[in-house]
Design a binder for this molecule. Sequence first.
Ligand code: SF4
Length: 493
Amino acid sequence: MGSFGESCGVFGAFDFEGKAVFSHLYWGLIAQNHRGHHSYGFAEVREGEFTSYRSLGLLPPVRHPVIRRLFRNFRSHVGVGHVRYATSGRSTRYWLIRDMQPFLVGREEKIALAFNGNLVNVKELREELKGEARGLSPSSSDIELLSRKLLRGMRNSDLVSAVEGCMRGIEGAFSVVGLTQRGEFFAFRDPLGIKPLCYGCSPDNQTFAVSSESAGLDINEFRYESEVQPGELLIWSGEGMRRERIVRGERRAFCSFEFAYFARPDSVLDGGKPVYKVREEFGRNLAREDPDLPKRVDLIVSIPSTGDDAAYGMHEVTGIPWERAVRRHRYVVDRAFISSSEEREKIISRKINVTETLRGKRIAVVEDSIVRGDTSRRVIRKLRMAGAKEIHFYFTFPRILSPCFYGIDMATFGELIGSTHTEEEIAHLIGADSVHYQSLEGFVRATGMRREDLCLGCLTGQYPTPLAQRIADEMRRRFQAGEVERGRVYEVE
Ligand code: SF4
């Protein structure tokens, strides 16, 4: 239950029989609303005309008047949708509105785009694309730069070449779904495949969909076909489906944080095991890596919901009872534009409830990660109020030492508690009796992926792209020299 920003979720669909796909878009995004609460949106194209609807906040329930109206009005056989958490760009209400996706851009030729990720070479792209703002509404999000680059490529050539230009000229993470004015539906993923993207098909093979997570396909009862491969472009049109591996990189770099925190437990990532199986293994590892655990604690408690499966794994190995004494208030969610930090604090604390069964107990608390420490501190306060005698924290994600440049809201060294403090200091700061992280080796093994196929940038300080590495090295140098960090160097200079 991290206190930091989630990534975004995308979904798009194409029906070869001409049936409306809005229902698939809606349910595909409902299944992925955990990836973004700031805004949601839909776009479709019918006979060269785009229709879109975007709004702040959580996607409303299906019987909500707005959604009922969208079901009536969105009738096209091709469309895309998006849920957003602002990890790039500004978070004021004004910019949250401007940055809502799908992004509808272009003059002579229009496209609709929705993406999950973050671009790194923004300074260079801004310079390169200075003259390309025609037909673009201002946005503070990276989607604007991506759109400009893509539109320019399409004007000079075709969609395939334009996507190739993006893949070769943009450094960063981008999993994209989009529509052209001609009614094509396309999806592509950066050459390292940093963010998830997969596609599937309806049982009658007539409707195809692309989704950030496989849970978006499952809810529509679609068959999971495959990942969109890193560097791959898929296009659906009246002529059929086309799949092209445009750039074949030397390695992949899938975001390891997806396994610990972002993804739904019932999703499969990069064609591997279900995420909950990986998390169970995280819990087993934490238990194996701390042989004194059974002597130290009477009870395992998980922080819902990302800690639950790992707590089960820990319970399996140690035999220590696991009690779900911490519960989440299901309908308490962050509002999109809460201005005061005091109000935000109250909301985080209202999110969970702790039962009194912990009185006098020594507990092992299983949690996904610790970034800044403020959420853990609040949780511990509640656990102490419920009478817990000793609190030992176990994190499934190894210690976060460095910022993320690919779309996760961890921008500076100074804000990362793991980068500035030892485990003992962290325990003291958050009010725990001890703090334990899963080892990096155990974490990688549990994912079932090869180490070189994962991004471990925030854990090791070794990034999969060259500019991110240079920026991180420069930020670290300045931080160690005692300079005040005002954000990422490319954002503040
Ligand atoms: S740096 Fe960390 S959070 Fe960012 S993409 Fe890499 S693994 Fe994920």
